[in-house]
Design a protein around this ligand. Structure first.
Ligand code: DAH
Length: 336
């Protein structure tokens, strides 16, 4: 009897299971109701009493071996079927699309603006969001206590009565970066300066307490108003298409003389309208004096444009707050 049990044990150990059919064959051969193990237990009756304990133990051992061989083979076949591609699987099929994030509409608009000015020979500079009064106002020819400072409702971070301690503000525009650049670097300067600016304004669909600007500055010998207008028109054509309708109007800024604003004609479902996209002008000699650049030798032009306005026009966004809520349902719509 023990010999017989050992033979079965040997058969179990040498049985090769490579696939589902082998596994089923193994089950029928050993584990099923008519299988060899069940038959073996059926012979227990003919085993002499004094051997029953030893034979029973050997039989149980063989049964356990068969069961664990079966279980292991089954698990390994199942995990193989997940990993291994069959000959009929097309491993070049595209995967299901998944949402992987996208660039913010402001980033996309800003990237376009940067690309255009890099093409026109400008480089990119930046400056701090926390500014002192000198860079944000005084050096830009805003007279002290002049209502021009109220033009831009300012967030003051430090207000000082001591004339030796400058006020600190959240910058109200990117123009102070012009001052920092010219203090660091003698002309020629040809840079754009993108950045976030802050104004103490009521939050509505049209105005917000922060937004983004791109400042531009070109200083060299013999820079002219004609070149400024040429540059702005080139920008409008590259940004909005060569058939863009634009106009240039006189304006006022303390840091430029003469000053101008550029509007573009924008058609929408509600009809057409002129929209102001930027302010610009020839750098005021007082600004050059504040940074020790000789206004007799150099001239320059400057401009400042709103990125939010450009992004809102481009994508038909009618509420500026959407740009800052970071609601994923809104952002998901700007895959590029
Ligand atoms: N700093 C102005 C503003 O925030 C925009 C501006 C106008 C910038 C004329 C300039 C400029 O550089 O020349 O409204």
């Amino acid at each position: 009897m023990i010999d017989k049990i050992n033979t079965i044990k040997q058969e179990i150990k040498t049985f090769i299971i490579n696939n589902e059919e082998d596994l089923e064959a193994f089950r029928l051969e050993f584990l099923s109701r008519n299988g060899k193990i069940q038959k073996m237990f059926g012979l227990m009756g003919s085993v002499p009493n004094e051997q029953k304990a030893r034979v029973g133990k050997a039989m149980n051992e063989v049964k356990n071996i068969a069961q664990s061989v079966f279980d292991e083979a089954k698990t390994s076949l199942e995990s193989d079927s997940k990993k291994v591609f069959g000959a009929l699987d097309d491993i070049t099929l595209p995967v299901e699309p998944a949402y992987t994030g996208s660039y913010h509409p402001l980033t996309q608009a800003l990237d376009e603006i940067k690309q255009i000015f890099l093409r026109l020979g400008f480089n990119i500079a930046d400056g701090p969001e926390l500014e002192d009064d000198f860079h944000n106002f005084t050096a830009l020819n805003f007279p002290p206590d002049h209502p021009a400072r109220d033009m831009q409702d300012t967030f003051f971070v430090r207000k000082s009565d001591d004339p030796d301690i400058d006020d600190l503000v959240l910058r109200t525009h990117t123009s102070p970066v012009q001052i920092r650049l010219m203090k660091e670097q003698q002309p020629p300067v040809r840079s754009i300066m993108p950045g976030r600016v802050f104004r103490n304004e009521a939050v509505t669909a049209k105005s917000y307490f922060q937004f983004n600007q791109v400042e531009g500055l070109y200083v060299d010998k013999n820079v002219t108003l004609g070149e400024l207008i040429e540059t702005l028109v080139m920008f409008a054509r590259l940004m909005y298409g060569s058939d863009v309708k634009y106009r240039v109007r006189p304006s006022f800024f303390p840091f430029t003389e003469p000053s101008l604003e550029m509007d573009i004609w924008w058609e929408s479902d509600k009809g057409g309208q002129w929209l102001e996209i930027l302010g610009a002008g020839m750098v005021d000699p007082n600004v050059f004096k504040a940074v020790d650049v000789d206004p007799e030798t150099y001239t320059g032009f400057a401009f400042g444009m709103g990125v939010d306005r450009i992004a809102m026009l481009r994508y038909g966004i009618d509420d500026i707050r959407l740009l800052y809520d970071n609601d994923i349902r809104f952002l998901q719509q700007f895959k590029s």
